[in-house]
Design a protein around this ligand. Structure first.
Ligand SMILES: C[S@@+](CC[C@H](N)C(=O)[O-])C[C@H]1O[C@@H](n2cnc3c(N)ncnc32)[C@H](O)[C@@H]1O
Length: 266
């Protein structure tokens, strides 16, 4: 499988080089990823073969490989794939390959997986999730878990922060049916949606049962505000404390930056 249809750089290509310093390696990014990894550790064990969708720089694939799992790590961005390949080079149990979630029919994947996950937003590049759910239903064994980290439509931080800074368009972007993401003038713009928990659950329902949901960043802010919060240690400590105490309440999940949702193959 190749990515020959992509003759324009993908939206995340120009972000690949700085992604780890601006997100992965921040205090807040590490804390939130740790929550997801503790969920992955609950379900996936050494020897399992896991499919990752939208792997970015390969941080989670590397972590899973370190725990003895086999990972097929996929992404649409050649820039992200190159970084993931370099990062996972010493781990033959990680296979990094292109996969565009919008063109699943074009793709060839191994037959079966013990589980699937997608962390921090790749699901938001789709406008419906039925096609993905049907595709995963063919490949996930009965009882297997699919875990998804999805940007939430009702994140409280975003309208507050950007509204207070007079940036109304950004403040309200998650309330629109979709928005466009294009970090520079040459890369292909991508359509970004903000599905509710119900919307994703309904689209997965023919093949999967929802088993768990929680917020990721209810009190902690979205990544464009990490810098402002991390340079105020007292504020960061207070927000971390709130996140630790109340962040896992499922009723708050829709108000977080992302929600983490898990399904079991039925
Ligand atoms: C915010 S990053 C998250 C990366 C990684 N999962 C992580 O935890 O850091 C979103 C990723 O989704 C990928 N992505 C966006 N649209 C996609 C698509 N249509 N198919 C596959 N991956 C896509 C991007 O290239 C990017 O690597």
């Amino acid at each position: 499988m190749g990515s020959g249809y992509m003759n324009q750089p993908q939206a995340f290509d120009p972000l690949a080089a700085s992604y780890d310093s601006t997100f992965t390696d921040t205090q807040i990014g590490r804390y939130l990823r740790g929550i997801v990894q503790s969920r992955l550790a609950l379900h996936f064990t050494a020897g399992n073969h896991i499919l990752e969708l939208g792997c970015g720089t390969g941080e989670d694939a590397l972590w899973l490989a370190g725990r003895g799992l086999h990972v097929t790590a996929t992404d649409v961005s050649e820039g992200m794939l190159a970084t993931a390949r370099a990062k996972c080079a010493g781990h033959p149990s990680v296979q990094v390959q292109p996969l565009d979630l919008r063109r699943l029919d074009d793709t060839l994947l191994p037959d079966t997986f013990d589980g699937v996950f997608s962390n921090f937003g790749p699901m938001n590049c789709l406008s419906e999730w039925r096609t993905l759910a049907a595709c995963l239903a063919q490949r996930v064994k009965a009882g297997g878990i699919v875990g998804l980290g999805v940007m939430s439509p009702y994140c409280v931080w975003e309208p507050l922060w950007h509204g207070l800074h007079g940036n109304w368009r950004t403040a309200t972007r998650r309330w629109r049916k979709s928005t466009t993401f294009q970090p520079d003038a040459v890369s292909e713009p991508i359509e970004v949606t903000y599905p509710t928990i119900k919307c994703i659950t309904d689209d997965f329902a023919p093949h999967f049962r929802r088993t768990f949901v929680r917020g990721l960043g209810v009190f902690l802010p979205p990544s464009d505000v990490y810098g402002a919060v991390e340079k105020r240690p007292q504020l960061l400590k207070a927000l971390m404390g709130l996140e630790r105490r109340f962040g896992s309440l499922s009723k708050l999940a829709l108000f977080a930056d992302h929600y983490w949702i898990e399904f079991e193959r039925i």
